[in-house]
Design a protein around this ligand. Structure first.
Ligand code: SAH
Length: 348
């Protein structure tokens, strides 16, 4: 069976022509799927009956199913727990921002990276998502909200640069005008810092924003909270990010989780300022750690976070403290999934 979700217009045209149908039918099929959100070939009534029968025999249109949906009380954050055909589940989050709808996509089921603060990695990596599954998350979201999505961030479960080929192919597809028509400048890929892959990503020459999960200012602290820190030294990661900036001219985002007594001292704020000021126009995004009973880490007091922000800003760097939009509905990485599994266990 040929999976149609994530198939570009040229590839779909080839499928259609090999089936003995005229090329223009491919565009019609894409309209049905991506503009009208019709996922059943039976309902593609502009196609001749014979073609619908042929499509049903040779092709599939697979979108994930919703296991659980939660919406924050202000309605601005909506989170879906999605299930793929093999039973694996991931989370996808919609955030309504002042500039439009932003969707956070997952790239893997689980994650191999082992960062101590992250709920997605507690059970390790299950598998990579396919192109259709990455695209399917966005497709399902648009079909539910019936609104256009303005931007996407690949910041859900998984390490996108470890599923490099599929993630890139999905982003190229999402960029196409026949599918979602989302510009590369409206896409962000977040990585824990896989150095060789950052260079490879830079070589693609696409103006996608790179977000680096920095989270520490020294190798010692980074290694203690992110196992990847033992493979790649902080300076090597920063060199790779710098190369990415040079090649794409996209300003870099540094994500920095604030964890009380771990990485949030004034000294570390100064060190972060020193690091960031070397990157022109970069953005530092401070993220109060989203702890819960499974993750025994705490965010600093509000005043401490604001002081931290002011120190970094004193180096001429642009800094934001991420709004905790998802907190109330467990929107941080992997948390909804864990909560759901927990409630299933309790119910048994
Ligand atoms: N593997 C990629 C993308 C997934 S993580 C990466 O490491 O960047 C996406 C972002 O969510 C990262 O910045 C990560 O550090 C953050 N995150 C993970 N767990 C979190 C938690 N408990 N609280 C706040 N942010 C968290």
């Amino acid at each position: 069976m040929i999976e149609l979700v994530g198939l570009s217009l040229p590839a779909l045209s080839k499928v259609v022509m090999e089936g003995g149908f005229p090329k223009f039918r491919a565009k019609q099929i894409m309209d049905y799927i991506y503009q009208r959100h019709i996922f059943s070939m039976d309902e593609m009534l502009q196609l001749p009956q014979g073609m619908r029968t042929w499509l049903q025999a040779h092709c599939t249109i697979t979108v994930p199913t919703v296991v659980k949906e939660s919406t924050s009380s202000d309605g601005n954050t909506k989170k879906l727990l999605l299930r793929f055909s093999d039973g694996n589940q991931v989370e996808t989050v919609l955030m309504r921002q002042h500039y439009g709808n932003s969707v956070c996509l997952s790239s893997q089921v689980g994650c191999a990276m082992g960062c101590i603060f992250c709920a997605s990695t507690t059970e390790g990596l299950f598998r990579n998502l396919t192109v259709a599954e990455i695209v399917g998350q966005l497709l399902l979201f648009e079909s539910i909200i019936q609104e256009e999505v303005h931007s996407i961030v690949v910041m859900g479960s998984g390490e996108p640069l470890q599923n490099f080929e599929n993630t890139l192919e999905a982003l190229r597809f999402i960029h196409e005008k026949e599918s979602f028509n989302i510009g590369y400048r409206r896409m962000t890929v977040s990585t824990c810092g896989l150095v060789p892959k950052i260079y490879e990503f830079a070589d693609q020459g696409l103006p996608i924003t790179l977000a680096l999960s920095l989270h520490a200012t020294t190798d010692t602290t980074r290694k203690a909270i992110m196992p990847i820190g033992a493979t790649y030294a902080l300076q090597d990661v920063l060199d790779a990010v710098s190369e990415y900036y040079k090649k794409t001219e996209r300003r870099v985002t540094f994500e920095y989780i604030l964890i009380k007594d771990v990485n949030a001292s004034e000294k570390e704020a100064h060190e972060l300022g020193q690091i960031a000021k070397k990157f022109p126009h970069c953005n530092v995004n401070l993220i109060p750690v989203n702890g819960n009973e499974h993750i025994n880490l705490y965010k600093p007091a509000m005043k401490a976070m604001q002081d931290f922000k002011r120190i970094v800003e004193s180096y001429g760097v642009s800094v934001t403290i991420r709004k905790e939009m998802g907190d109330e509905i467990q929107a941080a990485c992997g948390q909804l999934k864990i909560q759901h599994q927990q409630s299933l266990k309790e119910g048994m």
